[in-house]
Structure formats: C-alpha cells, structure tokens
Ligand binder design. Structure first.
Ligand code: GLC
Length: 573
C-alpha cells in the first residue's frame, strides 16, 4: 500500500507540534435519514454523586449536571446516562430504590430534573434514566406492603418461597454480593429472594401487578423528558421455577449467570414489552442494557430474535478484554461488527462498577498514549460508544492509600469495593477540584492538581483535546459517521488495523499499536479496491505521521488515516 499526498506533509508538521488535525471533512451529508439517533451515538455516563456539587454538601446533584451541560455539548456527546438519583437508603448507592418516580433530596427535586431535561434538550443532549428493574430497596413501600402479610395484594410483587422441607432456605443459591440469596422473614414464615444485597429484594416479573407498575415507571420518565433507559441487571428478572439446587455452589465459582438464575427464556417477553413501551413514545427513545452474557451468541439474543428487545446491549465481552492485545480485540470487534446483521454494537471500557481504563491498561510509561489508543478504538468503530465521566481527561482509580483514612459518615455509610472508580470529577486544580466547596463524599484524587479539565482544555496536546478531536472527527467524517467496518490484517500481531468506509469510497484507516515496541506493518485484507494515498487525520505520536509506504508505528501509537478510493468503492459490508 502506498499513500502519498501533499496533505501528509502538512499533517506531519501539525502532528509534530501536537496539533494533528482533520483534513477538511467532506461536506457533511446527513446520515441515513431513517437511522435513529442512538445507532451511532456517544453516550456519556454520569455518576451524579461525583460529577458536580452545587450546594456545598459534598454530593453531586442534578443542578450540577445542568451547570455542566455546556461542557458536555462542547465535548460533543449525544446523550448522558445518569445513574440512579431516586430516593434510596444507599446500601448500594442508589441501586436500592425506595421510590421510582421522584428525585432523592440529595440530588435535588423534580423541578431540578425538569430544568435539566429542558436545558439538555435545548443543547441537543438526550438523557437516559437508570431503570433498576430487577429489585427495589427493602424500604420501598411496595416491599413493606408485600412483607406485611401473606395475603397482602402486593405479596406476589416480590419472590417469596416457603422454607425447604426440612427447614432453612429453599435452595442453596448464593447472591452476587455474597451469602445466601434467601432472607427469612419471621413474621410471615417465608423467605424472600435477592440476587444482590438482602436490602435489595428481587421484584417478581411474573406478577401482572408488578409488571404494570414498572411499565408505569417507564411511562412516567418518558413523559418527563427522558429519552430512554439504561436497564440495570437485565439477566436476573426470572428464576428457574423448579428452583433446582446448585450442584457446584461450594466450588467458590462466581454465581452470576448461572442457568437457573439468569437469562431465562421468559426474559425475552419482558424485554419485548419494555421495548414496545419506549417505541410508543416519540423521538426514538432507547433501551441501553446491562445485559451480562457469557458468549457472543448470548449477546446476539439480547437484541431479540427480531431486533425487538434491547436496542443497545452493552458488549461486555469487549469490555472484558485485558490486557491490551490486538488479536483479542480484533476477535471481539470483528464478531460485533460483522455478525450482528447490522444491529449496532455497543463498546465501552469502564463504568461505575469497573476499573477505569487508565488504571486497567496503563503501564506507567506509555499511559498517555494508551489512553489515546483506547479512545481511538472505541470512538472510531461502527456503533454506539459509551464514555464514563472523567475518562476524557485520563482519570484513574483512587489508590488504596487515598481511601484508607477517608472517614465513613452520613454521606458514605459503607465502604464499597467500587469506591475507587467513583471519585469526584476533576474540573480544576483548586481545592475540591471544582467539584464541591464542601467536604466531598469520596476523596478527590491527588492527581486532580495536575490532571483536570481546566488545565487540559488549554493544553493542545492533552487527552481531553484528543477526545475532542476524535469526537469531532466521528461526527464530521462521512466514513466514521456512516461507513461500514472493514476488518484488515495488519501483518503484525501487536497492531490492530481496520477501516471505516462509506459508499462513496471515503474512508478512515485506523492503526493501533498495542505494544511497547515500534512495529512494522503489512496491511492486507481490503475487500476489493485498496486505497492508494491517504492523509494523516490524527496521530498520537509526536514524531509525526508514519511513512505509509512502509508503515512503522511508534509504541502504543494510534494513527488515523483518511483516504478516498479512486476506483469503484469497496462493497459495503
Ligand atoms: C448493576 C449496577 C451496580 C449495582 C447492581 C445491583 O450491576 O451497575 O452498580 O450494584 O446492578 O443493582
């Protein structure tokens, strides 16, 4: 492959000074009119407790998100997913909901929500609400009623079971958060089921009354400006009605995704009903799913046989790839891109439960480049990309020493092993990192003094500016906006290579070196026509662009090359 262009030398200069930029993007033709917004969206996850505090109580709030909408607009995200902000005893920080249709006073009021939703809409930013549908808090009035007597009309809204014939829990199943899944309720003499904490009793989706109530919750938020939902823990809605014993519970193996506790056939019907509800609202609202699966086939099924269940099931198989390994990523990406019959894959690296990518992949030497590489990968693929607040400035997990002495108290009653990934957003280098004027509920990372939004916005070569350019390119370049995914062979086991290309033959070649060594490439696998020349659109290595006649990539380099096919365009896949 030979690339030569006069733009290359211009880009080389720009790249050398850290200003690798877009070649003027072709005039943006609108994407396929029929495509709903979510098919290629970038959705930014906000953990509201840690994003922006506006009242000095050390806990982020909805008004804080409103205050930062312009930031999000400039960054270029299409939607935000806000993790639970509903009333909750906070045993699981909001994932134990005690009222599904109001705002926790910690986070504000319904009026604050309305303002947020209005202001977001003005800026073209959609909001997804986190719908915790598998379980409620044990403090939810529904559960209080349910446990009040065996004959209460809401008894069947939760999963109750008699003790085993000889006494004790009905099965030997273990909960994901440890201990038995069964909690005995002495006054009524039965056990209730909880796949997570005992303060999170599972809702019974077999109960028509419960089902209707939950559907009403969805309608409530859709009528109040939400553009859809992130569905929490979808695999666990139903349990095997025969309640078998777990033969290998003593093995110490993880208890999630067991055949008896997850992804039962009845899940499909429940998800289809939810999909029908969002589809009945205007504006293409969407379901984004936390639908853990063990296999790609399982992932395919969560979209629904007719694509009529979860619109956007998160591809946790991609998230799980570790360490950075070109062959492993290629396998995960190729299957997601090529074997979903055009349904959109959903890529992400981190969230409020998972180690941040800086911490997961960083090697202490090339961290800056690695952060650019993971961003370049997720944001140039066809499909939907999720970002987790702070990844755009390379936030890392809190270190154990940063948490060790941080006291518990009313704002944080329990330690959680996910605390390290939930630290306050690093807006500035000042005290409190611009997050709060009070004492924040979790410590601000020590890195905030040097790694923060304010500083990175003015530094042209920052991780923030890399994201900004990537997000701009993703929106403006026809191949990234609209093009097919073309799997390529890089001729080098350390380098991932693929292209995006539209019907007019406009393309972007993506080259990602996942190693500490310089790597030589020999790119093959173009479907028909092979590009003859190209322009460096972005390069993370300061030495400037590679010589594409004989491409060599610097350690952990990410290089994006724009091209225009001269012959007939490659067939769209
Ligand atoms: C999901 C959430 C996680 C929560 C769990 C139980 O996995 O992402 O934070 O603890 O559900 O609700």
């Amino acid at each position: 492959m030979r690339f030569r262009t006069c733009m290359q030398s211009i880009s080389a200069v720009l790249a050398a000074v850290g200003l690798a930029t877009l070649a003027t993007p072709a005039i943006a033709k609108p994407g396929k009119a029929a495509e709903p917004w979510w098919k290629s969206a970038v959705i930014y996850e906000i953990y509201p407790r840690s994003f922006q505090d506006t009242n000095g109580d050390g806990i982020g709030d909805l008004n804080g998100i409103t205050r930062r909408l312009d930031y999000l607009k400039t960054l270029g995200v299409d939607a935000i997913w806000i993790t639970p902000f509903f009333p909750s005893p906070n045993v699981d920080f909001g994932y134990d909901v005690s009222d599904y249709t109001s705002v926790s006073p910690e986070y504000g009021t319904m009026a604050d929500w309305d303002r947020l939703s209005r202001e977001a809409r003005k800026r073209g930013i959609r909001i997804l609400v986190d719908f915790v549908l598998n379980h409620s808090s044990d403090q939810h009035p529904w559960f209080k009623e349910s446990r009040s007597s065996r004959t209460n009309p809401k008894r069947d809204w939760y999963v109750w079971h008699d003790p085993a014939p000889g006494g004790g829990p009905p099965t030997n199943w273990q909960s994901i958060f440890g201990g038995s899944t069964w909690e005995y309720d002495k006054p009524t003499g039965q056990y209730y089921y909880h796949i997570f904490y005992k303060q999170q009793p599972d809702l019974n989706w077999n109960s028509p009354g419960l089902r209707k109530a939950m559907h009403d919750v969805m309608r409530f938020w859709l009528s109040h400006g939400a553009s859809g939902f992130r569905l929490d823990a979808t695999p666990y809605l139903f349990e095997d009605p025969n309640w078998p014993q777990d033969p290998d519970v003593a093995s110490g193996q993880p208890v999630w995704l067991k055949p008896y506790n997850s992804n039962l056939p009845s899940n499909h019907g429940a998800l289809r009903e939810m999909r029908a509800i969002v589809d009945s609202f205007p504006g293409n609202p969407v379901l984004l799913g936390e639908n853990s699966v063990a296999t790609f086939d399982g992932l395919r099924q969560v979209y629904g046989a007719k694509g009529d269940e979860i619109n956007l099931p998160i591809n946790f198989l991609y998230t799980a790839v570790k360490p950075l390994d070109a062959a492993k990523f290629k396998a995960r990406i190729d299957e997601a891109e090529l074997k979903l019959d055009g349904l959109p894959p959903v890529f992400h690296f981190s969230n409020h439960d998972t180690t941040r990518q800086w911490t997961r992949f960083g090697d202490g030497i090339y961290d800056e480049r690695i952060a650019r590489l993971t961003a370049a990968m997720s944001l140039t693929l066809r499909g939907t990309a999720l970002m987790y607040y702070g990844e755009e400035i390379g936030m890392s997990d809190l270190k154990p020493a940063e948490l060790a002495d941080f006291p518990l108290g009313p704002k944080r009653k329990v330690r959680d092993n996910r605390d390290p990934v939930r630290s306050p957003m690093q807006w500035s280098g000042s005290a409190g990192a611009g997050f709060s004027t009070g004492t924040s509920w979790l410590p601000v990372a020590r890195t905030a003094t040097t790694r923060n939004v304010a500083q990175q916005q003015i530094e042209p070569n920052s991780v923030y500016n890399w994201y900004l350019r990537l997000l701009t390119l993703r929106k403006n370049h026809p191949a990234l906006r609209d093009g097919a995914y073309i799997p390529l062979e890089s001729g080098n086991s350390s380098v991932l290579a693929y292209a995006r290309q539209d019907k007019a033959g406009r393309g972007v070649l993506v080259l990602l070196n996942m190693s500490t060594q310089r790597q030589d490439l020999n790119i093959t696998g173009w479907p028909s026509v092979q590009p003859k020349s190209g322009t460096i659109l972005m390069s993370s290595t300061p030495a400037g662009p590679v010589n594409l006649a004989d491409p060599i990539l610097e350690p952990y380099a990410s290089v994006l090359v724009g091209y225009q096919l001269q012959g007939p365009a490659a067939t769209r896949r």
